[in-house]
Design a protein around this ligand. Structure first.
Ligand SMILES: [Zn+2]
Length: 510
């Protein structure tokens, strides 16, 4: 039985975040070691879920080493990455001591930035390569928002990127990576790779793969993959706030011993991406537009069931936002919007005050805006404490179905303005940890039926669409203050290659 070690070490790093990503942040998000992994992730829609399923089907002895990720946030500290790599190295060495390995599966993000090395994923790959040697096949999955470096594609034998955004194909790509590794282990294939990086730095609000222009690129990738000489085509949209040299769009084509074909396909898709680049711009409404839509709903001009889904993209935890902006709540109170529920505002101080007062009590508090000066001011509120929870629920999916989410101690508050101004209370889920709400269970676990609210306020970019678009009457993106929005001119880039579109409009390519 072939022996395959598997490692997930995943982080999307926003270097503009004031919150460093330390070891405790990984522990608080998701850290499983060795034998804990398979029972927790079997049948989940994650890369590991796919590794497990395909290995069981094909008679592979899968040796789980570590499965760890943290909510996107600031630079990964030296201590965190070295401790995680030490756990990975120890696990790999223990596996090797029991007998030779036949291959390694990795599940990395592709946009991790560490204090030690700005190409965090290339660093992890090099580390694993140095332990298992130059001959052992390694295949890695990557997120669709990876900033892919030359080092990454030259350190492992093949990469397999997600084809979907929202990311609903994590398990499927895990299976694909396993199948590719099996062919490598049988010495059936000799991967040859071409990577192209047109000077493009799109933000992700229009990167969803069911819409143009990403749909055209993914369709072309799938068409190319029908050729048996083509092993994989990966389209990565990139992650601007990592602020690394290699940030932006990457096209990676892996063929079977045919470098010319890889180059030809990569060139062609890169050209299409460049030609369609303007399609990545826009897609964000103003708060005034949102007021107009609310009025239209009240006048019956926006018929249909379901809530208006109002999404602030500038404080999206999964893009590295602190999650503590209260600007959506402020907007809903100012405009006296009825029957609105917001997920979420991270504010441990307010949760602690609610815990001390208990359900049924009313407190005054200043909500959010405490991490830095970039995400709006704290909002003074009167808050009725409706309920307190442990903040844990399991996703129904489709995205990351079966995965346990832990928001930390959480309070459901009914908030009104602290100055006594008349306004319908807004239901706000106030959490200890920052997470992006991607699943209806964030509301249902707090007794809120999202399909029956008038307005839902979310923080997000694209992932929320998998669960919330089907129930929403209309989805509107707005951009409050913050570091995760579409307006890249707010960010002081230092390491990014220049010139790059759309920051430098004059850039010509090729
Ligand atoms: Zn992503």
């Amino acid at each position: 039985m072939p022996r395959v070690a598997a490692i997930q070490l995943s982080h999307e790093t926003n270097v503009f975040s004031a919150v460093p990503t330390d070891f405790a942040a990984f522990q608080a998000s998701h850290l499983l070691i060795g034998d804990e992994i398979i029972p927790a992730l079997r049948d989940s829609n994650t890369e590991f879920g796919g590794f497990i399923a395909q290995s069981e089907q094909d008679g592979i002895d899968l040796i789980p080493i570590i499965a760890v990720w943290a909510t996107p946030s600031g630079l990964v500290t030296r201590d965190a990455i070295e401790r995680l790599l030490a756990i990975a190295a120890e696990g790999l060495q223990r596996a090797i001591a029991r007998g030779p390995l036949d291959g390694v599966l990795l599940a990395l993000h592709g946009s991790m930035v560490t204090e030690v090395d700005s190409d965090g994923d290339g660093y992890v790959m090099s580390h694993v390569r140095s332990i298992v040697g130059s001959e052992l096949p390694i295949v890695s999955t990557l997120d669709l928002h990876a900033n892919v470096s030359l080092r990454m594609v030259s350190t492992v034998n093949a990469v397999v990127g997600y084809d979907t955004y929202p990311h609903v194909d994590m398990a499927e790509r895990g299976r694909e990576a396993t199948l590719l590794l099996e062919r490598l282990m049988r010495r059936e294939i000799t991967p040859t790779v071409a990577i192209r990086k047109p000077p493009m730095l799109p933000t992700s609000q229009r990167m969803t793969t069911d819409r143009m222009p990403m749909r055209a690129l993914i369709d072309r990738a799938h068409e190319a993959e029908e050729d048996p000489r083509v092993l994989n085509v990966t389209i990565a949209g990139g992650f601007p706030p990592a602020d690394v040299e290699e940030a932006g769009v990457s096209i990676i084509v892996t063929t079977d011993n045919d470098p010319a074909l890889a180059a030809q396909i990569a060139d062609e898709i890169a050209r299409v991406a460049w030609d369609l680049r303007d399609g990545f711009l826009g897609g964000v409404a103003s708060f005034d537009d949102a007021v107009g839509l609310l009025a239209a709903m009240d006048n019956g001009d926006l018929p249909g069931p379901g809530p208006l889904v109002l999404v602030d993209i500038a404080d999206n935890p999964w893009t590295g936002g602190p999650g503590d902006s209260a600007e959506l709540v402020r907007f809903l109170l100012t405009n006296k919007v009825r029957d609105a529920a917001v997920a979420l505002v991270r504010d441990a101080e307010v949760v602690n005050a609610a815990l001390a007062a208990g359900p049924g009590a009313t407190i005054t508090a200043t909500l959010g805006g405490k991490t830095d000066a970039l995400h709006g001011d704290p909002l003074p509120v009167r808050a009725y404490i409706k309920c307190l929870t442990d903040g844990q629920y399991v996703n129904d999916g489709p995205m990351m179905a079966g995965v346990l989410v832990d928001l930390g101690p959480t309070a459901l508050l009914h908030v009104t303005p602290a100055d006594g101004t008349e306004a319908p209370p807004v239901e706000v889920i106030v959490t200890t940890r920052a997470e992006t709400p991607i699943d209806l269970n964030v509301f249902r676990s707090h007794g809120i039926e999202p399909t029956r609210r008038h307005v839902l306020g979310l923080k997000g970019k694209g992932h929320f669409r998998a669960a919330f678009e089907p129930i929403g009457r209309r989805v509107v993106l707005v951009e409050g203050p913050g570091i995760t929005g579409a307006d890249l001119s707010r960010l002081a880039f230092r390491r990014l290659r220049r010139p790059i579109w759309p920051l430098d409009q004059e850039v010509r390519w090729p």
